[in-house]
Design a protein around this ligand. Structure first.
Ligand SMILES: [Zn+2]
Ligand SMILES: [Zn+2]
Length: 242
């Protein structure tokens, strides 16, 4: 599998090209746009021809994870005449975005996902788990070729990656705060992200969704201290092989 970071700024865009949450996961023949935060559609087009997408996964209705699907809708409807692209999302996302878009027409094939659901997208097997975050929010596990990666989306500490079982090959975890300054407990600190990854015996950990004013290296050090190994930092356009 291959993960490309399109954006990783936590909750709002950071200066100097800091798009919000969005990733491309390639797994065999599957090309999945996972979260469409503000700024990510422009970055997506540097890595993927949007006509080649196999599916979109939206983890929840917060704008920093979903609004840029509007651009894909417009491109499909008026540009390349795409239709029926599968979009997997929990309750509330389609309706929330409808206020922006109006009529979705036939650009997308919306598929509702709930806690414990599974889906097959091309060569990739997906599972979803409801996280500890106010709007219906799902974490995503993607498995392909004997490897498993987990994306936490947004979550507070009452949910953990061990919901998918221990020993994931790669965990992409939110780490919005530093542990001394947790503003709202609907997100993790870097300390909590590192501890959860250690407890779930994750083989590799990358942190993302850092609050834009934080020092990323300090967050990585905080996570690494708990995790017990090096922790990588998400950055726009970073490509990682899993
Ligand atoms: Zn967020
Ligand atoms: Zn959120």
């Amino acid at each position: 599998m291959e993960l490309t970071v399109l954006g990783c700024s936590g909750s709002y865009g950071a200066p100097a090209g800091g798009a919000c949450s969005g990733y491309v996961v390639r797994a065999g023949d599957a090309v999945i746009w996972m979260d469409c935060g503000n700024g990510t559609f422009a970055n997506l087009q540097q890595h993927v021809n949007p006509a080649d997408l196999t599916a979109v996964v939206l983890t929840h209705a917060h704008p920093d994870h979903c609004v840029d699907i509007y651009g894909l809708h417009v491109m499909y409807k008026y540009g390349i005449y795409g239709s029926c692209l599968p979009v997997y999302a929990p309750e509330g996302v389609e309706k929330t975005l409808e206020h922006l878009v109006g009529d979705w027409t036939d650009t997308f094939d919306w598929r509702l996902v709930r806690d414990g659901d599974a889906a097959t997208i091309g060569d990739a097997q997906l599972r979803f788990s409801r996280t500890d975050h106010p709007p219906p929010t799902v974490a995503v596990e993607i498995a392909h070729g004997g490897k498993r990666m987990i994306y936490t989306s947004d979550t507070g500490p009452e949910w953990s990656i061990d919901a998918f079982g221990a020993g994931a090959d790669f965990v992409l975890s939110e780490a919005t705060y530093e542990h001394t300054d947790i503003r709202v407990p609907i997100h993790l600190s870097a300390h909590q992200a590192g501890a959860a990854a250690r407890e779930a015996k994750a083989r590799r950990l990358m942190i993302t969704h850092l609050w834009p004013t934080l020092d990323p290296l300090a967050s990585a050090a905080e996570a690494a201290e708990q995790y017990g190994d090096t922790v990588s930092l998400a950055a726009p356009h970073l490509v990682t092989h899993i």
